[in-house]
Ligand binder design. Structure first.
Ligand code: BES
Ligand code: MN
Ligand code: ZN
Length: 556
């Protein structure tokens, strides 16, 4: 039996067990303990396992069945007559029309639940439409009291379809990919894992829920061989890594301290055979990462610089990924207003995306050297905190006047970028950060903003985002935007005018990357708070960025 996909999530689970629990010292006491009742409090998710079979699900005996159907498409030929009639009746009664995002639950005569999920118009089905439809299936299956489900890979390949434009146009109105070639199993497996995700680490189930069966495995049945086990494996590796990034992001800041984030990085490295080095305050001082140290100095939590390296034999290119790891952003002395400040626990989602990407890239054994760097600290207004007007010496040698202590992300990233470029000399570097509220204002929640110093590399990243289903939208990088960052008393100041804030923040980072091809991704709008998308939970971290980085590494 061709079984894929089992491996990565199973490892994910074992990994979750040996993931080091966060919080030694004072933070620990604040984390409610459910351990006494037999649950590990910090474990967010139980990933479902995904398997693949190149045959019909007829004889599978699974407790539930998922059917993805396009508008007006007939039920598959292999479906038993009784169920086929039920599906037809649903369509006739206008209960189900195959519209995107439509989900209808049937119960077969034998008492089996059948989840119908709409794919939209056949000609318009994209990778993203399938990922979302798979996500809807995952969400619906989670709510059912079943352990195993069968899902039928839709038969789309024979359908007349719009061809993929030869040269992708990044500024087209919908930059998502109509091309499905080779990727059907990938997006279905990934969507199922992502839709089946929920962060329940600190919620005890109601009494009547405690013993009900929970979804453990979904098998993709593919009688037409529209996809294959290898494709499913990619989707599983990426989906599991995105769930891992979500787990890291969703943890509260008292559990996900800089030290805890570093321990998670170590656990991933151990599981995947990566190198992992974690620098603490002493080493950062010796090396001179004054911007990272400066931001960290208002907190009792020590900063960390996490450095992970995946180095397969024979790799010729080196990619470097740098992720913002502010485990909580109060704003520091330039303190934020109270409204929704709790959301600033998500300020390490860039770092989480880097950790997730390292996990998936190593799991897939991609033939490229990848270095992941995460500067991690809290931004707090303690007695030792930096104050507006303070001047810090960066790793690069440039001095920075900190006019607003809430513009801290660019400070820690500037040091991490300069350090990573000098030490690893990568061919290209991507940074990811929940960097500016201005980016949320500009782009909302459905596109990640980009600033770059290299049009060709930016095009590659945009393309990876299109494949990955995490759309990336370039912002202008004209030199006029840089001028506002020239310091009055130091080389640079850390803020520009309020207008165009997402751009100036990116242009600040540009001062620290030299000539290395670089793309900055502002994920402030896309890292959490995204609603109504099939494979994304309506609450909490999305895991944005992981898929972009993995697909970029696949193409490198
Ligand atoms: N982490 C925030 C950015 C942010 C705010 C992300 C809201 C998502 C939602 C960042 O550190 C920050 O505070 N940026 C400031 C910059 C300003 C002081 C120039 C901002 O956006 O207000
Ligand atoms: Mn801030
Ligand atoms: Zn921040």
């Amino acid at each position: 039996m061709a079984k894929t996909g089992g491996a990565a999530p199973r490892e994910g689970r074992a990994g979750a067990r040996d993931r080091v629990l966060p919080g030694r010292g004072p933070a620990r006491a604040a984390v409610p303990s459910t351990r006494a009742r037999g649950r590990r409090p910090q474990e967010g998710t139980n990933l479902i396992r995904i398997a693949y079979q190149a045959r019909t699900p007829r004889a599978s005996g699974a407790e539930a069945l998922v059917l993805w159907l396009a508008e007006g498409a007939p039920a598959p030929r292999w479906l038993e007559a009784g169920l086929r009639r039920q599906v037809e009746q649903c369509v006739r009664l206008r209960e189900f029309g195959g519209k995107p995002g439509q989900v209808v639950l049937l119960v077969s005569e034998g008492g089996r639940p059948v989840v119908l999920v709409g794919l939209g118009k056949l000609q318009a089905i994209t990778r993203e439409a399938l990922r979302r439809a798979a996500g809807h299936a995952g969400k619906r299956l989670r709510g059912l009291a079943v352990r195993e489900a069968a899902a039928a890979v839709p038969e789309l390949m024979g359908a007349p379809r719009k061809p993929e434009p030869r040269k992708p146009e990044p500024h087209s109105l919908d930059p998502r990919m109509p091309d499905l070639s080779g990727g059907l199993g990938e997006v279905l497996a990934e969507g199922l894992l992502l839709g089946g995700y929920a962060f329940e680490a600190y919620k005890r189930p109601a009494a009547e829920e405690r013993d009900r069966p929970r979804l453990e495995r979904v098998t993709l049945y593919d009688p037409a061989r529209a996809t294959g086990a290898a494709s499913v494996k990619v989707g599983v590796a990426r989906g599991a890594a995105i769930c891992l990034a979500r787990d890291l992001g969703n943890q509260p800041s008292n559990a996900m301290t800089p030290a805890a984030l570093a321990r998670h990085a170590r656990a991933i490295a151990r599981r995947r055979g990566l190198k992992c080095q974690v620098l603490g305050r002493g080493e950062l001082k010796r090396l001179g990462l004054g911007l990272l140290l400066g931001v960290a100095q208002g907190s009792r939590e020590e900063p960390r610089l996490i450095v992970m390296e995946y180095r397969p034999r024979g790799a010729r290119r080196t990619l470097c990924f740098v992720g913002k790891g502010i485990t909580f952003d109060t704003g520091g002395i330039s303190i934020k207003p109270a409204l929704a400040m709790d959301e600033m626990k998500f300020d390490m989602c860039g770092g989480a995306a880097v950790l997730g990407a390292m996990d998936a890239i190593a799991a897939l054994g991609l033939p490229v050297r990848v270095v992941g760097v995460v500067p991690a600290c809290e931004n707090m207004p303690g007695g030792g905190a930096i104050k507006p007007g303070d001047i810090l010496a960066s790793y690069s040698g440039k001095h920075v006047e900190v006019l607003n202590t809430d513009a801290e992300g660019r400070l820690i990233l500037a040091d991490a970028l300069a350090y990573a470029l000098e030490r690893f000399k990568p061919d290209a570097v991507v940074d990811l950060a929940t960097l500016t509220g201005a980016c949320v204002v500009a782009l909302g929640h459905f596109a990640t903003g980009a600033i770059s110093n290299d049009a060709a590399f930016q095009e590659q990243v945009v393309r990876a985002g299109r494949r990955a289903g995490d759309p990336v939208w370039p912002l202008p990088n004209f030199p006029e935007y840089e001028e506002a960052l020239r310091g009055k008393t130091a080389d640079l100041q850390n803020i520009g005018p309020r207008e165009g804030g997402a751009i100036t923040a990116g242009m600040f980072l540009k001062q620290f990357v030299g000539r290395t091809p670089w793309v900055h991704l502002d994920i402030a709008g896309t890292a959490w708070g995204v609603k109504g998308v099939g494979h994304i939970p309506n609450e909490g971290a999305t895991g944005v960025g992981v898929a972009i980085l993995v697909d970029l590494a696949r193409e490198a």
